[in-house]
Write a protein that binds this ligand. Structure first.
Ligand code: GLC
Length: 570
């Protein structure tokens, strides 16, 4: 049930023991390799995060979500995990992790770990055993191995595509040197899918959940939560025989897709919930599930993961109608499941929203082909020419301020508090994302939102570390640096700090009331206690409702709310 206590009245230690802490939390995503580098090897690390805990505390967030920090060859930025119960030696040690967790908790900040259950990496000891073991062995049964089609088995078992492009099957060489079986990988070939029908896999993940929960992890972000269970009854269904609705990657309203969003997946999460409830407060989880809107609630159920990302605002235009419809629908859904809603504009998979909102708008059929696909990934030969950075930043600030006034939890992505833009111009030779390689460069991939953060105006890698940055930072990063914005009135960083602090003070029950504005381009809602948020999506300044302005995403014009601006009042 919603907490009624105003969050501002909670001390740091109350906040840590409150079982409902997650319901309206502000969660800051750290992509560890690009956050802060303590040892000058060009990769961010765990000690780098620990050193920035005072920064995170001052920002005013409630929790950190840490993207994968496990041993990994980085074929997919760490989502290719070699060992689920260790820290990548490039990032630190378990002792460093303990120190970071203690420092975060000491600052009243919770820790959410990313867990990647759909696939391991091809370097995981299980996969290495599977390669060395014969066909039909227990070791192969931990993954999804099948014989190929055609006379010599040299055709893949089905024509399924991987999400990153190219086939979803890869052929192995058997231990005796002959061409062998194929294994399934929905993502890169370095990410073989695990077989979740195998009890050993299920038990091992329960062990992993306890391992991290015992080490101070308060919750989990579950990577591609909707892919774990599969119907691999043979013959495997051909792409052409999937119905149209079933052929996308975002699921199917009746759960009949062979690998996305099958009903059986929830049996797994019921077992996870039992483990979460062994702890006090119970561990929490949020599903990354790109599923049909009607099926999201299952992931968010209190008997399951408890919360699920809603990516609707992330995919929306900066448009009053769209926003209002999305907010209304998601709040109703959350109420029906007992979960709280989630809101997110940016993460490590999509073009930063300050840039998206400076590009031609994409949904409602508008200019869809120009530069972005449905998830806002940039396409090669993309839209830089059409980019209006100032407009993007202005809209992004307005959008974020609106989001921070909504009931539910707000997920923020590192660097958005600086108004950081996507880095579009990364040379091909320096790109890392498998999306780029597997699509032969048609989609330029996600490196542009993963460029190491600028902390200082000058110096090697703008204060990220002493040894350069693993992805190239453009010169314009200087003006976005923390140092440039710290204490600067009107900076995006100061806007986030002010808004996050006020959000804690003002937050009460998870209720929202819409108010008529008489202008289809203006959204006005209030929360209990007289907290109001007004956003002008239009092109001309409008009058504000009665009340005292607490904060605005940009300067007011003669007391009016200018275009692409949000204000909070009370
Ligand atoms: C999720 C992650 C993404 C990763 C993929 C495969 O969508 O957010 O970064 O590439 O899963 O693990």
């Amino acid at each position: 049930m919603p907490t009624t206590a105003t969050l501002a009245t909670l001390t740091d230690s109350d906040r840590l023991t409150d079982a409902n802490w997650w319901r309206q939390a502000s969660v800051y995503q750290i992509y560890p390799r690009s956050f802060s580098d303590s040892n000058g090897d060009g990769l961010g690390d765990i000690k780098g995060i620990t050193a920035k805990v005072p920064y995170l505390k001052e920002l005013g967030i409630d929790a950190v979500w840490l993207s994968p920090f496990y041993p990994s060859a980085l074929a997919d930025g760490g989502y290719d995990v070699d060992d689920y119960r260790d820290v990548d030696p490039k990032l630190g040690t378990l002792a460093d992790f303990a120190e970071m967790s203690a420092a975060l908790h000491g600052a009243g900040i919770k820790l959410i770990a990313d867990i990647v259950p759909n696939h391991s990496s091809n370097r995981h000891v299980w996969f290495q055993e599977a390669l060395a073991a014969p066909k039909g062995s227990a070791a192969r049964d931990r993954y999804i191995f099948r014989d190929g089609l055609g006379e010599n088995g040299d055709l893949p078992p089905s024509d399924w595509d991987s999400v990153f492009g190219g086939p979803a099957w890869e052929r192995i060489t058997e231990p005796d040197g002959t061409p062998g079986q194929w294994y399934m990988h929905i993502f890169a070939k370095e990410q073989p899918d695990l077989n979740w029908s195998n009890r050993e896999i299920r038990d091992d993940f329960l062990k992993t959940l306890r391992f991290w929960s015992d080490r101070g992890v308060d919750g989990f972000r579950v990577d591609v939560a909707h892919a774990l269970t599969k119907d691999l009854t043979e013959p495997l269904i051909a792409k052409a025989d999937l119905s149209e609705a079933n052929s996308g990657t975002d699921g199917f309203p009746d759960g009949s897709h062979p690998f996305w969003d099958r009903d059986e997946v929830h049996e797994i999460y019921a077992e996870w919930r039992a483990v979460f409830n062994e702890y006090n407060p119970p561990r929490t989880a949020v599903a990354e599930a790109w599923v049909h809107a009607t099926r999201r609630a299952r992931y968010a159920s209190p008997e399951g993961l408890g919360q699920a990302f809603n990516f609707d605002l992330l995919q929306a235009d900066f448009d009053a109608d769209e926003y209002q419809a999305i907010i209304t629908r998601n709040l109703a859904e959350a109420e029906a499941t007992g979960a709280s809603s989630t809101w997110v504009f940016s993460n490590h998979d999509v073009v930063r929203h300050a840039t998206r909102y400076g590009l031609p708008q994409v949904s409602k059929g508008k200019d869809h082909a120009k530069g972005q696909d449905g998830k806002g990934w940039l396409l090669a030969g993309g839209p830089e020419a059409d980019l209006d950075m100032a407009l993007g930043e202005r809209r992004a600030r307005a959008a974020t301020l609106l989001m921070l006034a909504l009931p539910g939890s707000a997920y923020l992505y590192q660097g958005e508090e600086l108004g950081l833009q996507e880095v579009a111009g990364i040379p091909d030779a320096e790109r890392q994302d498998p999306t780029f390689f597997r699509n032969k460069g048609v989609e330029i991939g996600r490196d542009g939102c993963r460029v190491p953060l600028p902390w200082k105006v000058e110096g090697t890698s703008f204060g990220f570390g002493d040894g350069g940055a693993h992805l190239p930072q453009p010169d314009w990063f200087s003006s976005y640096a923390v140092e440039a914005q710290d204490g600067t009135p009107g900076s995006t960083l100061e806007l986030y700090r002010t808004a996050l602090k006020l959000r804690r003070e003002l937050q009460g029950a998870e209720e929202l009331t819409w108010h008529k504005t008489g202008n289809p381009e203006v959204l006005h809602f209030s929360r209990p206690g007289g907290w109001q948020s007004v956003t002008n999506f239009g092109d001309t300044a409008v009058d504000l409702p009665a009340g005292t302005v607490l904060v605005a995403s940009g300067p007011l014009e003669d007391g009016k709310l200018p275009a692409s601006t949000t204000a909070w009042l009370r």
